[in-house]
Ligand binder design. Structure first.
Ligand code: HEM
Length: 203
């Protein structure tokens, strides 16, 4: 599956894609979601980690709504993930609740690492990109955990049939940004940091 947008110039997406290729590979490996040994306990652990990340991220957006309104409104319009994660954890009967302390730590980390609008768009790039992995993964997870269709995989199914459209809409926003001179470098740093946070969820 591949979604492309013609923009005529190498936008921020091309740079982020190239410069985070290695981070993507490492994150995918740390998550190890395609493993034949995936079990419900491990899957639940990952979902809890995603919940702790997204709870912090959505709170971070709330706090910075006035600082970077276009990025925040773009995300809040129809890209929040917390409802999906809440449903998944409920249907899997989570035996340990997400940690409020962990959410707070994630929030602090985001506050330290995301200091500009370009960095926020780069963070959103990583988060929205991860929804494409979900498309590939949800069939495997459903089958290998013996879940009934739809149960516990709402987060991975994300935008479902709107997937391609959502990605293309996002890329056209990303590629039309006007960046400050150090904008590209700082965006790459922010994207790396978000990958790192996901990698830690898998570790
Ligand atoms: C764990 C298993 C994962 C698998 C199997 C996977 C798979 C994929 C696939 C197949 C694509 C390409 C879609 C396309 O070009 O049409 C993709 C893109 C992407 N994934 Fe993953 N992914 C995984 C995890 C993640 C995670 C955890 C993140 C971020 C935290 C992530 C971030 C991204 C990004 C940013 C892109 C877009 C790259 C671009 O600019 O084209 N992925 N992934």
């Amino acid at each position: 599956m591949s979604f492309t947008v013609e923009t005529g110039n190498p936008g921020l997406r091309d740079v982020l894609k190239e410069r985070t290729r290695q981070a993507h590979l490492e994150t995918e490996k740390a998550m190890d979601l395609m493993s034949p040994h995936l079990d419900v306990a491990r899957y639940r652990h990952l979902l809890r980690g995603f919940f702790e990340f997204h709870a912090a991220f959505e709170e971070f957006l709330n706090v910075h709504r006035k600082d970077w309104p276009s990025a925040v409104e773009f995300y809040f319009k129809d890209r929040r993930k917390m409802q999906w994660l809440t449903e998944d954890l409920q249907s899997l009967g989570a035996d340990a609740l997400p940690s409020a302390e962990r959410i707070q730590e994630n929030f602090q980390r985001l506050n330290e690492k995301i200091r500009s609008e370009a960095q926020l768009w780069a963070a959103i790039y990583v988060i929205e990109g991860s929804t494409m992995g979900g498309q590939v993964l949800h069939g495997h997870v459903t089958a290998s955990l013996g879940l009934s269709e739809g149960k516990g995989t709402r987060y991975f199914r994300s935008y479902q049939s709107e997937m391609g459209k959502q990605w293309v809409r996002f890329l056209s926003e990303l590629n039309s940004l006007t960046l400050a001179p150090d904008g590209t470098e700082s965006a790459v740093k922010a994207a790396d940091e978000i990958f790192e946070m996901f990698k830690e969820i898998g570790s």
